[in-house]
Design a protein. Structure first.
Length: 227
């Protein structure tokens, strides 16, 4: 579903690459983690998948399509199948939680009745249906993060990318959100979660793609002790 072949991304010719010769593959419906220290290139890698950035070298395939060759006009169509949970939420402050979640449906032209059903389901899945009419600035950081997650999953995307999705959540909400993402992968969504939280890797055995200094150092699948 997601395949990188010798991908290099530079932000300036006279600087070290943000990503260097990265190669890995994630299959359809797979749940995987992306780890590495701050500055390793995790956010850049996620942005390459939805064409928020372009690579200078290498090839990236999404569902068999080489997205490094997409024109600017073709990018919106790709993004319709990719849900993204950003590290800084990117919620519109003058729109309610429900209205923020509806943005993905508005782009797809989903009808009002079906859209309202999907919005209620998405907000309910992250425990925020009772905050549907609240503005982002009246919500806590954790609640804003959950609204961002609801927006990313409202249309059941083929791919879900999450950049530190549990960084503002307490331990119980972290488990609930991660369980939700695992369930989405069981249903066929390909999920890639960037995280620093090593406890998540221990709790949710999955492929682990590790980055260090922009290089892919390993892509392994850990197992629970005694499993």
């Amino acid at each position: 579903m997601i395949r990188f072949f010798h991908v290099t991304k530079r932000y300036a010719e006279n600087r070290e690459p943000a990503l260097r010769d990265v190669t890995f593959a994630i299959e359809r419906g797979e749940f995987a983690f992306l780890t590495g220290p701050s500055g390793a290139g995790k956010s850049t890698l996620l942005r390459l998948i939805f064409c928020g950035e372009r690579a200078q070298e290498g090839q990236i395939f999404i569902d068999g399509r080489n997205i490094t060759r997409l024109s600017e006009r073709e990018i919106p169509l790709l993004r319709r199948s990719v849900g993204v949970v950003f590290q800084d939420f990117k919620l519109l402050p003058d729109r309610t939680a429900a209205q923020n979640v509806s943005l993905a449906l508005d782009i797809l032209g989903i009808g009002r009745r079906e859209g309202e059903r999907k919005i209620r389901k998405a907000l309910s899945s992250v425990g925020l249906l009772h905050k549907a009419d609240a503005l982002p600035l009246t919500l806590s950081g954790g609640e804003q993060q959950r609204v961002a997650i609801a927006r990313a999953i409202v249309n059941t995307p083929a791919i879900l990318l999450a950049d530190e999705p549990t960084g503002n959540l307490d331990s119980q909400l972290t488990i609930e959100v991660m369980d939700l993402m695992r369930e989405l992968s069981v249903q066929g969504t390909t999920v890639l979660v960037a995280t620093h939280d090593q406890s998540l890797l221990a709790r949710y055995p999955a492929r682990v793609i590790s980055l260090k200094n922009g290089c892919c150092t390993e892509a392994v699948t850990p197992h629970r002790p005694g499993a």
